[in-house]
Design a binder for this molecule. Sequence first.
Ligand code: HEC
Ligand code: HEC
Length: 486
Amino acid sequence: MTPRALRLPALVLGLTLVIFACGNRGDEQGIADVDLSGFDAPTRLLRPGGMTTAFDDSERAFSLTARNVNHYERQVFAAGKAIFEVLWTARESSEFTGLGPDFDAPACASCHADDGRSPGPSGDGPMPLGMVVKLSTDDPSVIEAYGPGLTSSTTDGEPEARIVVSFETVSGEFDDGTPYGLRRPVYSVETSRGPEIPDDAVLRVRVAPQLPGLGLLELISVDDLENLSDPDDRDGDGISGRLGRARDAFLDIDVVGRFGWNGDQPTVEQQAATAFFNEMGLTSRYFPAPECGRGGDCVVTGGPVTSYYEPSGFGGEVVGAIDPVEGEVGDDRLYQLTIYTQVLAVPGPRDLDDPEVQRGWELFNYAGCAACHAGPYVTERGPIQGLSGQQIQPFTDLLVHDLGIGLSDQTVGGEPVPTEWRTPPLWGIGLLDTVGGQLSLLHDGRARGYEEAILWHDGEAAASAAAYRAMSASDRDAVIRFLESL
Ligand code: HEC
Ligand code: HEC
């Protein structure tokens, strides 16, 4: 990992900080010592979301509007927030009807409470609310019966399945001899309502991520991502990283994926429509019929709602889609919800003037974390002016990486299946517990703290994790303090 370790501080720190190589190593392969005395943090660390950044470290930290959006967008945001929070029902008399029959939760906010992360399992037992179990199998009859996921609730009768988790302990040791223990989840299907789920079907268990800054991530240029990707590891640093692959619902072609733990969703809008359909059983222009995703007929026409709508003035009026789709979730609602999700502000950092935080940042770069938890970027121009041309520091390359077999998805029979994960952004990560009251890190919430999350890194991140394990206890603390400051 050393080659990258040196270059990264130079890349990441830019010109604002003084960088010099350690005398005893002295060449590019050595370890950089970064002088942070008189620390003058560049704008991108102070304002990771550019001018959208909101400085609020309360439990509302993830729920604010980007600071620089206009009056019109604020109005749409407010309408979208109501849709995000409303409890959908199966009652026909309700304005928000169509829930189910099978679903995981009745509101976006049930899983993304306060726009934050859902809790992972606290111990052995059933999956907590907010976690989703996706299912992949080659067996068409199973897909027809269950669809793309195993939902945990229903408006009628027995739920599709009950999945339970139990934890095994994995022990390890830091280089200084201090032992540690991690917990590895093992999932099993306790009951299922339909045909038996085959042993080789894959259960993909996910916690709901926090939502700030997604509209900015959507505007990182594909060129920037391509420049970071290195699928064949040509630079030989052990880190490859490739573009996530997603399916565009309208064009039915492969496009770049950026969202979801596997980077398999292309846009905030498609992700929102997918959540409506998979998690809540609600149809929309993306999924016009209940058969969609079950191998049945699913004819999708037109394009994304955000490509149709234009603000027609400051009154918040919008011009409708040329080919409007009613569905259970009509175009207006999908539009408002999408804008809401796009303009949630990135929270600003805390304690950047604390020397321990500054040392943590240096060590974060030294350990090569920034090879994947990357940035900065300047966002491209998009329909929302406030999100365009922003200098941002999300701490992600939005690429997918192999992080080793320990983090893989598992089959029903308990076999690991190689899985690649999209680097999650780290901006705002220090506020997860303030907002959600707990820390559930990694895709399945198995890690209860930052250190556990780091210790699970393997595969392409093995050298990085090894560098962390080799640190002294006080250096490890500094890295954690840095993450807490974000
Ligand atoms: C039952 C829980 C649940 C509900 C309800 C739910 N989500 Fe999610 N959400 C998740 C999970 C789990 C993921 C991660 C999915 C994955 O990685 O494939 C996710 C991912 C997302 C993402 C991608 C975030 C990122 O950083 O990649 C967005 C955006 C999102 N949800 C928005 C919504 C919206 C909008 C709604 C309401 C229409 C909603 N969600 C409803 C659980 C839920
Ligand atoms: C090879 C790329 C890579 C490197 C290097 C890397 N990470 Fe990660 N990191 C990831 C990916 C991918 C995930 C998500 C894995 C998962 O969810 O299973 C992740 C997850 C995390 C998480 C949990 C985030 C969350 O939202 O739950 C933290 C914290 C983290 N990394 C910190 C670090 C630190 C600190 C270092 C350096 C010691 C580091 N990472 C090095 C790719 C990397």
